[in-house]
Design a protein around this ligand. Structure first.
Ligand SMILES: NC(=O)c1ccc[n+]([C@@H]2O[C@H](COP(=O)([O-])OP(=O)(O)OC[C@H]3O[C@@H](n4cnc5c(N)ncnc54)[C@H](OP(=O)(O)O)[C@@H]3O)[C@@H](O)[C@H]2O)c1
Length: 344
């Protein structure tokens, strides 16, 4: 037995489908031996996992943009790690990589599943967790959602909810680069202060501490040309009352609705779209996968020259996954939420 196959892989599997917020009972902790990759395969040691609001949707049965996680399957998750064994010439032992690693300590990726896992080499000098944030899936969502769907023009007003989160921080910083007036919406003064003082947003409305409609009136005197919606619910309704003619609303997510035990609440003020000849359009980031390399190269350049910031909130320990995930739904994460599973 070699050193690798003597190791145990700790995993977290979906035990049952939650009703409302997930609980520890929805998860099952399992172990299995680590195995060597076969021809063309790769074995990756997980260093950090990305915790995403979308995980809540993957736990549900039913039709979506991606198949649900099956009961008893290892929970789906993106992550960054280090190659510890490889039978594939594209990956060498020691390479840092990002891709679908799932909620486990070691991910064995057979050759046939390499494409689906999206595994690619990363430059660790930019920071490992940055690859789960502005250079990762949330960053790509913000980049393509804002630029392709939102099409902001210099001088326009862009509003983004979930402003201090992973997608929100990317959206606001790119919109500023495009010469827009940027107004965030976030929960709590600390998050609002950070996006204004550190990221350069023009203003931020604390939806937990004040009236969103009044805030939008004060900070968007010429109305809202682009709204990047991460939260749905009442905040979307408030924004709809202040959109301009021809406004674009990017439906990226609706985290306020993900744990509902009643049907999703749609926007009551949608007739504002009619009056304003405006549109709402959804985005699924995976549709842009063939353009990620171009966006990553551009954003990596901004990171290197110091004009783009990437803030992550890292929780320690695979065993803390069930509770860590909940931070997304009560707003406890400040920046992109990641789980550190191991150190180098
Ligand atoms: N369409 C796509 O392809 C795609 C890809 C990635 C992400 N998304 C979506 O983008 C959104 C943001 O994702 P993320 O990864 O960047 O997460 P995130 O913003 O880093 O974290 C979630 C944040 O949502 C806010 N939130 C939670 N419950 C809320 C509520 N009831 N009302 C208002 N805000 C609430 C909290 O911030 P506060 O403290 O500010 O409340 C929390 O920190 C999610 O809706 C996600 O599903 C979509």
């Amino acid at each position: 037995m070699n050193a690798l196959t003597a190791l145990t892989n700790h995993q977290i599997r979906l035990a049952s489908r939650p009703v409302g917020l997930p609980t520890r009972d929805n998860w099952k902790f399992t172990t299995e031996p680590v195995t060597e990759p076969g021809p063309g395969g790769v074995l990756v040691k997980t260093l950090y996992l990305s915790l995403d609001p979308a995980m809540r949707g993957w736990m549900n049965e039913g039709k979506s943009y991606i198949a649900p996680v099956e009961i008893d399957a290892v929970m789906r998750a993106g992550g960054v790690g280090r190659v510890v064994a490889s039978q594939n010439p594209a990956f060498a032992v020691g390479d840092h990589v990002s891709g679908g690693l799932d909620v486990q300590e070691y991910c064995l990726i057979p050759e046939a599943q390499l494409k689906r896992s999206g595994l690619f080499k990363i430059d660790p000098s930019l920071g490992l967790t940055t690859w789960l944030n502005v250079l990762g899936m949330p960053g790509m969502t913000g980049y393509f959602g804002l630029l392709d769907v939102g099409q902001p023009k210099a001088g326009e007003t862009v509003v983004v909810s979930g402003a201090a989160g992973a997608v929100g921080q990317t959206v606001g910083q790119i919109a500023k680069r495009k010469g827009c007036r940027v107004v965030g919406i976030a929960g709590g003064q600390a998050k609002c202060d950070w996006v204004v003082n550190e990221l350069g947003f023009d203003a931020c409305i604390d939806y937990k501490g004040g009236d969103v409609k009044a805030g939008l009136k004060a900070h968007c005197p010429n109305g809202i040309d682009v709204y990047f919606d991460n939260v749905g619910g009442e905040i979307l309704d408030a924004v709809l009352t202040r959109i301009t003619r021809g406004a674009r609303i990017i439906i990226c997510g609706a985290i306020s609705q993900y744990n509902n035990t009643t049907p999703v609440k749609g926007p009551a003020n949608y007739l504002s779209l009619l009056m304003n000849r405006a549109r709402m359009e959804g985005i699924v980031v995976f549709d842009y996968a063939d353009r990620y390399p171009q966006a990553i190269a551009e954003m990596a350049g901004y990171l290197k020259d110091g004009t783009l910031k990437s803030r992550e909130d890292v929780v320690q320990g695979l065993e803390n996954f069930p509770e860590a995930l909940l931070k997304l739904f009560n707003g406890e994460n400040f920046g992109k939420l990641a789980l550190q599973v191991a150190s180098e």
